[in-house]
Write a protein that binds this ligand. Structure first.
Ligand SMILES: *Cc1c(COP(=O)(O)O)cnc(C)c1O
Length: 387
């Protein structure tokens, strides 16, 4: 059976070029980057090259990049380290209702330690209104963490405005850019970002590697304690092949950003229009224009997300309903609920996220299968009969 992968917001396949760049660091160039003999120094050089490649993608200085074990760790490090290091200035942290669990759960953890957390509501299209942030700022606010692009509905936030408001009150601004980095231009200087989280496996790199950008002059202490790696802020022997792969993936993302976006815009338009034309009682979720390339998110009335996923899987189509981490549970996604969707509609959500290797032919296949799948589920649903 053919398989069609349309779940690139969950993870992406490893690019062959990236894999080839990584291979030597698993085999004959296995040295520890802290060793002084030449094989160790080769590993060190490879890490520093990757640091330049990742920095370039977001217009940072290489010294401002810390490699981590992924986006989750970068979010934890940014928020926890910043809060603990700067608690003499205040104890108030602001975030939004549609953040990834890596941010929301970290804020919960800090609340238990005595920090005050404010969770901003969002508009029905997923946007955080800058004026809503302004109203919540106060002298004790030390940190604002708002994601760049949402993983479930694709909405892109007005980061520059949000960062500006944070700075007016002397707070630092962190953004989880795991879904946007490598897909749309990011300039940390122009946008006024103080800390930014990224992840390799969302941009055709290996899993288990990420980065935290920390602007020069921003104070954060050690997060993982031990050796002196990553300027003592993240101890532990570096994942050399992983970091090399992330660097290569970042380089390719920058090189191909415009052409990938153009292709994805074309495919997602076809897909979106096809779905809206052939499947009644369908709602597009997220912002109509301000969204990351490749993301189509919808809610179908009178169906249940898990049944859609199982039926699509039987046709070889891989997609998701809400975020990958929550699709094991019966609660509708916190993101869709935060957009103000009622439970029964949020339950019928489907997220199709396309990637650089999807084709028009695959989109057409999905457009053949999906209306049948939704139609069949609705036929079995007692609620749909009422309609
Ligand atoms: C995937 C994702 C993460 C987590 O990154 P990992 O590298 O998988 O730990 C964090 N935030 C967002 C928005 C994501 O999409």
């Amino acid at each position: 059976m053919r398989t069609i992968y349309m779940d690139h917001s969950a993870t992406t396949p490893l690019d062959t070029e990236v894999f080839n760049a990584m291979k030597p660091y698993y085999t004959n160039r296995f040295g520890n980057a802290s060793s002084i003999y030449s094989m160790g120094q080769e590993a060190r050089k490879a890490i520093e090259k990757a640091r330049e490649q990742v920095a370039k993608l977001i217009n940072a200085f290489p010294q401002e990049i810390i490699f981590t074990s992924g986006g989750t760790e970068a979010d934890n490090q940014a928020i926890i380290s910043y809060a603990l290091t700067n608690k003499d200035k205040g104890n108030h942290i602001i975030t939004s209702a549609i953040e990834h669990h890596a941010v929301l759960e970290t804020c919960d953890f800090l609340e238990k330690l005595g920090f005050e957390i404010t969770i901003l509501p969002v508009q029905p299209d997923g946007l955080v209104e800058p004026e809503v942030l302004r109203k919540e700022m106060k002298p004790s606010t030390i940190l604002v963490s708002i994601m760049h692009a949402n993983n479930e509905v694709g909405t892109i936030q007005p980061i520059k405005e949000l960062a500006e408001i944070s700075h007016e009150w002397g707070a630092a601004f962190h953004t989880d850019a795991v879904q946007s980095m490598g897909k749309i231009p990011i300039d940390v200087k122009e946008m006024g970002i103080d800390m930014l989280s990224g992840s390799s496996h969302k941009i055709y790199g290996p899993k288990g590697v990420g980065c935290l950008f920390v602007k020069k002059g921003i104070r954060i202490g050690s997060f993982i304690h031990g050796g002196g790696q990553e300027r003592k802020m993240r101890a532990g022997t570096e994942n050399v092949p992983g970091i090399v792969g992330f660097g290569k993936a970042a380089e390719l993302a920058l090189l191909h950003m415009a052409e990938r976006k153009e292709k994805l815009d074309h495919l997602t338009n076809l897909l979106k229009e096809g779905i809206m034309e052939t499947i009644p009682s369908t709602l597009l979720t997220g912002h109509p224009e301000k969204r990351i390339p490749g993301s189509v998110s919808v809610c179908f009335r009178f169906v249940e997300g898990e049944s859609i996923l199982l039926m699509l899987d039987s046709f070889g189509i891989m997609a998701s309903s809400g975020s990958a981490c929550t699709s094991g549970s019966l609660d509708p996604s916190h993101v869709l609920l935060a957009l103000g969707l009622p439970h029964e509609i949020a339950h019928g959500s489907l997220r199709l996220t396309l990637g650089k290797d999807n084709t028009e032919e695959e989109v057409k296949y999905v457009l053949e299968v999906l209306p049948k799948v939704i139609g069949n589920i609705r036929k079995m649903s007692p609620c749909a009969a009422v309609n």
